[in-house]
Design a protein around this ligand. Structure first.
Ligand SMILES: Cc1cc2nc3c(=O)[nH]c(=O)nc-3n(C[C@H](O)[C@H](O)[C@H](O)COP(=O)(O)O)c2cc1C
Ligand SMILES: Nc1ncnc2c1ncn2[C@@H]1O[C@H](COP(=O)(O)OP(=O)(O)OP(=O)(O)O)[C@@H](O)[C@H]1O
Length: 307
C-alpha cells in the first residue's frame, strides 16, 4: 500500500524531486485511470524516481456542481484505492475555490512550488486552473521551461469510446452493472452503515440491512441486483434493492436494502460494502404484499443459485 501524503502547509515540495506524477481526480479509479497510473510507473521505473498519483482531497465537482454530483466512490475510498494501484505514493492537494481560481501558471507554481516532477502524465484532454482554461499546451510550455517531461496520453478506450467516469456513471444510471464493471475493471460497490429499518422485513420473511446512501454517492439506477456484501471481514451473497422501496415510499428512508443470504445476526451500526454484479429487475410498487414477498423470495433464490 502506497503512502498517502497531504500537501498541507507543512508539506515539503522536495517530495516531487525526480517523481513521475499522474494528475487527475480519478473518481472510480477505472481502467483508464489505471492505464495512466501505469504510464507513471513505467517512467518512474526507467528514471529511478518514485511514481505518484497526484490528486485532490475532494472532487472539484463538489464545489462547482454539487447538485448534479454523482460520485463513484467517497473521497476516502478514492484515495485508498489509488494507494493500492501500485504507485509509490498518493499526493493529495487541498482543493479550494481560491486554488481553483488561479491561472494555469499560478496553479502549477503553487502545486510544485519550485520542485517540478521529472515526468507529468495526463490524458490529452486534461484541463486545469481557473475555469479549466489550462490545457496540455500550457503544460508543455511549462514543462519545457522547467524541465518536466509532460506526457499527454490518448485515452484508453473500450468498444471504440474512451473509458471515462462519466461513461461509467451513465451505464450505472441505466442499471447496466455488467458493462460498468467491465470498464471499472472491478465490481462497482456502495458502502454505508446499517441503520434500523421499519422492521417489516422480518415479518415479510426476509431481513434486510438498510443503508442510507446519499444521492450523490448513488449513481446506480433504482432496481434489484445480485451482489456480494462484505461485513466484518466475511462475504455473503446478497439480493439488494437500490432506491427507496416504492411500496413504502411514504415512510421508507433506506436507499439500499440488502438481504444477506445465510446471515442471521445484528448488523446495526456496522459498515457494509455491497459489490454489485447483476441487474435482476426494476423496483416496483406492489399492491399485494404476498406478491412482493414471492417476488423478493424469487430474487433471493436466483442469487443463491447463480452467484
Ligand atoms: C431483493 C429485494 C427486492 C426488493 N424489491 C422491492 C420492490 O420491488 N418494491 C418495493 O417496494 N420494495 C422492495 N424491497 C424492499 C422491501 O419492501 C423491504 O425490504 C421491506 O419493506 C422491509 O423493510 P424494512 O427493512 O425497512 O423493514 C425489496 C427488498 C429486497 C431485499
Ligand atoms: N480512459 C483514459 N485513459 C487515459 N487517461 C485517462 C482516461 N480517462 C481519464 N484519464 C486521465 O486521468 C486523469 C484523471 O481524469 P479524470 O479524473 O478527469 O477522469 P475521467 O474518467 O475523464 O472523469 P470524467 O468523466 O468525470 O471527466 C486525467 O489526467 C485524465 O485526462
Amino acid at each position: 500500500m502506497a503512502e498517502i501524503v497531504k500537501a498541507d502547509d507543512a508539506f515539503d515540495h522536495g517530495f516531487f524531486e525526480g517523481t513521475s506524477c499522474a494528475f487527475g481526480v480519478f473518481d472510480g479509479v477505472h481502467r483508464g485511470h489505471r492505464f495512466l497510473l501505469d504510464r507513471a510507473r513505467d517512467t518512474a521505473a526507467r528514471s529511478g524516481g518514485r511514481s505518484v498519483a497526484l490528486t485532490f482531497d475532494i472532487d472539484p465537482d463538489e464545489v462547482f456542481h454539487p447538485l448534479r454530483l454523482k460520485k463513484l466512490m467517497t473521497n476516502e475510498e478514492r484515495l485508498s484505492m489509488l494507494a493500492s494501484t501500485g504507485v509509490d505514493a498518493v499526493c493529495v492537494l487541498p482543493f479550494t475555490r481560491e486554488f481553483a481560481a488561479s491561472s494555469p501558471a499560478e496553479f502549477l507554481a503553487q502545486t510544485f512550488d519550485g520542485t517540478p516532477p521529472a515526468y507529468l502524465h495526463v490524458g490529452f484532454d486534461f484541463k486545469f486552473g481557473a475555469r479549466a482554461c489550462g490545457t496540455v499546451d500550457d503544460l508543455d510550455a511549462w514543462g519545457l521551461a522547467g524541465g518536466t517531461k509532460v506526457r499527454a496520453h490518448g485515452l484508453k478506450s473500450d468498444d471504440g469510446a474512451p473509458i471515462t467516469a462519466t461513461r461509467i456513471r451513465l451505464l450505472l444510471a441505466a442499471g447496466d452493472i455488467e458493462e460498468a464493471n467491465r470498464l471499472l475493471g472491478r465490481p462497482y460497490f456502495m458502502t454505508g452503515t446499517v441503520e434500523p429499518g421499519r422492521g417489516e422485513g422480518a415479518d415479510l420473511g426476509f431481513r434486510t440491512a438498510n443503508l442510507e446512501v446519499p444521492d450523490q454517492l448513488r449513481p446506480l439506477g433504482d432496481g434489484v441486483y445480485a451482489a456480494w456484501a462484505e461485513v466484518g471481514g466475511a462475504r455473503y451473497k446478497a439480493a439488494v434493492n437500490v432506491g427507496v422501496a416504492a411500496t413504502f415510499a411514504d415512510r421508507a428512508t433506506a436507499t439500499c436494502e440488502a438481504h444477506l443470504l445465510d446471515f442471521s445476526g445484528d448488523l446495526y451500526g456496522k459498515p457494509v460494502k455491497v459489490e454489485f454484479l447483476h441487474w435482476l429487475r426494476p423496483m416496483r410498487a406492489f399492491d399485494d404484499m404476498d406478491e412482493l414477498i414471492a417476488t423478493v423470495k424469487g430474487n433471493i433464490a436466483w442469487v443463491r443459485e447463480n452467484l
